[in-house]
Design a protein around this ligand. Sequence first.
Ligand code: ADP
Length: 486
Amino acid sequence: MAFALQNSQLLVTKGLINGQWVDADDSTTVPVHNPANGELVAEVVNMGGAETKRAIEAAEAAFPAWSGKSSKERSDILEKWFDLVMANQDDLAAILTAEQGKPLFEAKGEIAYGASYIKWFAEEARRVYGDIIPAAQKDRRNLVIKQPVGVVAAITPWNFPNAMLARKIAPALAAGCTIVCKPAIETPISALAIAKLAEEAGVPAGVINIIPGADAPAIGGEMTSNPVVKKLTFTGSTPVGKLLMKQCADTVKRTSMELGGNAPIIIFDDADLDAAINGALISKFRNSGQTCICSNRVMVQAGIYDEFIERLAAEVSKFNVGNGLEEGTTHGPLITEKAVNNVAGLVDSAIADGARAVIGGARGDAAGFFFQPTILADAKPSMRVFKEEIFGPVAPVFKFETDEEAVAMANDTEFGLAAYMYTNNLKRIWHVSEALEYGMVGVNETAISSEVIPFGGVKESGQGREGSKYGLEDYMETKLICLGGL
Ligand code: ADP
């Protein structure tokens, strides 16, 4: 392990079931590697369906006491958890970088971002209001109360191993639910570390359970078929999301799906070019392009197309790609060799179809899973890079002439998560924002996500919202109590 922790207790490698840190039933483990150099970070337990079933039973047993606490009691525990996460920010970031690859400064940012959801939902826990609805009959009163849905199952990806989980566990606990989580097997240690801190904060046994394991279909199969689980919350790819939705249908579970994206960033002629370049750099290359709201298609109006590409390339040439644990690294590796192969395939196919690599265009030289930050000029909607989520540091730049053409191009995808535009024309801001078929639109801003906004997509990018006042709704049922004979 090439990193030191102040609190070595945080490097947990066992699963968490009913407050016990346990091995897999068959004692097997899975190695977790640093994607920058292949170094072994740790061997983590390899659990499956049987352990998942026990975790669900533990969550069911813990539910009455947890949901029976006052909202203030739950809120106080969440506040304490937030404090502990922030107090251990450096260690959590080091773990995250070691298993995921993003530079340390980005990892620290992710820890604070994840923690912001814990704080937010600690506050929101106390603001779960009901309703009194005027009745159609004189002798009745209709009351509406909100109640936790029950046991929740959560499945999360490797690109934000801390924040994707924090923003599911926090609202679940705030609402009074208990939860069983399956982190991605590439990055399970970040999940185990925050669960360790939750335990320290006073989250009772069985309220949070963590099942790391390589056999995702076995764990997901138990989560989706077990009738005790009332809701599945998933962040990951669209094909897996569709499969899980189908599996959930048999027991009519609620689902929240945060799936793939194909974000356009539309730069109009009248844009503040400095701001647009900065916004494109951040939204395209953060986490080396491995976020679901990363700009996937850079669309630039004809009048500024050449200048935009030249200036974007000048900025990209300043990147310092390397091991995220090393000082000065601005961009880390991709998560796996498969990811590098996928990005390479997309770039090769675009170049074969007539795109031009202004900068980059090939794999990195280093031993890890690197791909060079790349800008592709002369990109066309017929290319695969227009249709597929790239999930890598590659910016294909498309040219458009009119607003109508930009909107049509932007909407020409089955995805609908985030879209961005840069313009100083107020009329255009309204018309284009309203015409974009996306769950989130950033206008002259690409860093749009925070705990206070409803994060989520439309079309095949998913359903449900995370964060904000809307985020708690997904973890609660609406119940009518009709008082008659009054
Ligand atoms: P990505 O391409 O980002 O890895 P995936 O959708 O494959 O996206 O993975 C996201 C999460 O879904 C991970 O935790 C992964 O293990 C899990 N997963 C993948 N396939 C299944 C499945 N069949 N059932 C349950 N979970 C799955």
